[in-house]
Design a protein around this ligand. Structure first.
Ligand code: ZN
Length: 116
């Protein structure tokens, strides 16, 4: 039996589905717009975030990481990969973020992985 609280929190499945689609579209737009129109890109990302919050849908991690969590600008450069961690510093606001990072197909023993 779902409690009343759970009822209120979870949205109907069809709405969640639409929300996911919208987030996907918005994130694609945000990535496409970042070069020519960074302000629009920010706006798309914020919209995607808001939809995600309303419908309890997460933005896919690989896309979310491309944007600064403080000022929402696109993080095109400043990535450093070291010891299972990716670090990035936002060039707009200086916020630095860390993410766990698995070297891509690293079954061979690479002592240094400087690039992705
Ligand atoms: Zn920033």
């Amino acid at each position: 039996m779902p409690t009343r609280r759970n009822d209120r929190r979870s949205k109907p499945e069809y709405q969640v589905k639409i929300a996911k689609e919208r987030i996907n579209i918005l994130m694609n737009e945000a990535m496409a717009a970042q070069k020519e129109n960074p302000e629009m890109s920010k706006r798309y990302f914020i919209l995607a975030k808001k939809i995600g919050m309303r419908y309890n849908v997460l933005i896919p991690g690989n896309k979310k990481r491309k944007f600064c969590k403080k000022c929402f600008s696109f993080l095109s450069e400043g990535w450093r990969f070291k010891g299972g961690q990716a670090r990035v510093t936002c060039k707009n606001c200086g916020q630095s973020m860390r993410y766990p990072y698995k070297p891509f197909r690293s079954k061979k023993k690479n002592k240094r992985t400087e690039h992705r």
